[in-house]
Design a protein around this ligand. Structure first.
Ligand code: ADP
Length: 257
């Protein structure tokens, strides 16, 4: 990126134009840097599960036919890494669409019903104990699928970072409806809390198999929330647990009542 040398400090039009041009170059440079960083992080994240898949496939090829146990272990590992790659690519695709038209399908959503259905679907896959409390039944106007994705990110994190029961509460707070997801897990250290919404940020850098996160979930949650005009908050205490809340604007007639 070449900047224009601006020797003449007189505030004439040419100087102003040159100055604007330089500002544009600075902006471009920062954006390119960010994009470079994103691509290199994404490639790195995809490379890790691929390396595991490759080495287990190799093992399977060489010794899998003689040793059944080894074959089972390899297949399990290949399977779970493939799932992780699939989730990661889905998140990357969604993030790549950020800023574009999200193509929202707005409809009336009964928050309590949508949450109940999502919890049921989630439990089919995870079997984590989830307590569901309804304080008040309210409606919002939202893109149901995107709202479900948003809720799923918080349920998934509560599941990954805690072994205890998860509590989900839906209700109303003034002009807003809310969905609160509480876990009693490891919590997030205070100094990490402002950073967990950054792309690829993970508190535990040495990711283990169980949690297996990519660090993309919460950054995607931020984008999704902005797209559907929801507000999200995250409160956490290390060693105690985490509370994520999704606030949704109430449907007009409800907000008045
Ligand atoms: P990941 O895919 O790693 O879970 P996220 O963007 O969803 O990525 O979260 C970023 C980091 O924030 C996680 O790696 C984890 O360290 C921390 N985190 C998020 N949710 C929770 C939670 N409910 N309990 C404890 N830590 C959490």
């Amino acid at each position: 990126f070449k900047r224009l040398p601006l020797e003449n400090k007189s505030k004439d039009e040419l100087y102003e134009m040159g100055n604007t041009f330089n500002l544009m170059m600075d902006l471009l440079e920062t954006n390119f840097d960010k994009q470079d960083q994103f691509i290199s992080n994404a490639s790195h994240e995809l490379k890790t599960p691929l390396t595991v898949i490759e080495s287990y496939a190799n093992l399977l090829k060489r010794r899998g036919f003689e040793q059944k146990e080894l074959a089972n272990e390899s297949i399990e590992a290949i399977h779970s890494e493939a799932i992780r790659m699939k989730e990661l690519t889905q998140q990357l695709l969604l993030l790549a669409r950020q800023g574009e038209n999200w193509n929202l399908q707005l409809e009336e959503v009964m928050i309590e019903k949508m949450t109940k259905d999502s919890i049921k679907a989630f439990q089919n896959a995870s079997e984590h104990e989830i307590e569901f409390l309804v304080k008040e039944k309210v409606k919002t106007i939202a893109d149901k699928q995107k709202l479900r994705q948003l809720l799923y990110i918080f349920l998934d994190n509560a599941h990954k970072y805690s072994d205890e029961k998860i509590t989900v509460v839906v209700g109303r707070n003034g002009e807003e409806g809310y969905i609160r997801i509480e876990d009693r897990g490891q919590g997030i250290p205070k100094e990490d809390l402002p950073k967990v919404f950054d792309r690829f940020y993970r508190v535990d850098k040495a990711r283990n198999r169980k949690s297996g996160g990519s660090g993309l979930g919460l950054s995607l949650a931020k984008e999704l929330a902005a797209a559907i005009q929801a507000r999200i908050t995250l409160d956490s205490l290390e060693g105690v647990g985490t509370i994520a809340t999704i606030y949704l604007p109430l449907k007009k007639d409800e907000a008045a009542g």
